[in-house]
Write a protein of this length. Structure first.
Length: 269
């Protein structure tokens, strides 16, 4: 079995901005790279990392509710002094650290230079080699709570943070699976909300923002007997951080990138 190192799986074309760049510009860079995070630098030195989850956590607070997005800066949202990995670090070790340290990515640093970025996606792709025999039922987790299309977006934010989960299925009023929500959709909704809604109306109108307004439709679905590799393929096709496990038309669990990272950590030991 090949021993994968950080240098083998890292993404060398990572999104990066100056820490004093505006939040608006940083989000443009993230979209250009099709990423949910961006590395922040000061004088070419890595000083932080900002994710869509950071935006979701901080943008709807009372402190930022009255501010203009164009006047907000990366330095106010980023996590300073991010944990890093070395290019020769074993991929399974990186997966284990993601779990233990509760982070979704590691900048890869050689000397004092950032040479790449490893996210859950890069680690999860190793299941194709390390765990081709594992089925969805073996790694799926129970959904702590489902969302309804009529729930408020603020409620979705609360659940994502409370359970520290990457992906929540959404059911309609008849209980049918119709979509899903992640921190990305909530963060994007808050960004658009701040851009469109005048300051004096925000406190009232944010309460009217519903899951139905931000939902991503048709979540990836697999059966309990599907392989985790198939689940990952469907997640990648939709660029979704999770998939719903369905048995006889009923939602029985979910698989997210976190479960795949845990699997890589256990198989790589």
């Amino acid at each position: 079995m090949v021993e994968w190192k950080a240098r083998d799986i890292m993404n060398t074309r990572y999104p990066a901005v100056d820490k004093d760049e505006t939040l608006e510009q940083a989000v443009r860079v993230m979209r250009k790279h099709d990423s949910d995070r961006v590395l922040a630098f000061e004088d070419e030195k890595l000083v932080g990392i900002m994710t869509k989850k950071d935006i979701m956590m901080k943008l709807a607070t009372l402190r930022t509710r009255n501010l203009v997005v164009g006047r907000l800066h990366v330095s106010s949202f980023m996590t300073p002094d991010p944990k890093t990995a070395g290019p020769e670090e074993d991929a399974a070790s990186i997966a284990q650290r993601m779990i233990e340290e509760g982070v979704g990515s590691f900048p890869v640093v050689e000397g004092d230079r950032v040479v790449g970025l490893i996210t859950r996606w890069e680690v999860a792709r190793l299941v194709h080699e390390l765990a081709p025999d594992v089925k969805a039922v073996d790694v799926m987790v129970t959904v702590p709570e489902v969302l309804r299309t009529t729930n408020k977006v603020l409620h979705a934010r609360q659940l994502l943070l409370r359970y520290n989960i990457l992906f929540l299925p959404v059911l309609d009023e008849e209980g049918r699976l119709v979509g899903y929500v992640t921190a990305d959709e909530v963060a994007d909704a808050f960004l658009a909300f701040h851009d469109i809604v005048p300051e004096k109306y925000r406190k009232e109108r944010i309460e009217h923002l519903l899951v139905d307004d931000i939902i991503r439709l048709r979540p990836p679905t697999v059966s309990p007997d599907s392989s985790v590799a198939e689940a990952l393929e469907k997640m990648e096709a939709k660029k979704s951080k999770g998939a719903v496990v369905v048995h006889e038309g009923r939602l029985v669990g979910i698989i997210t990138l976190n479960e795949l990272v845990k699997l890589v950590a256990s198989r790589g030991r």
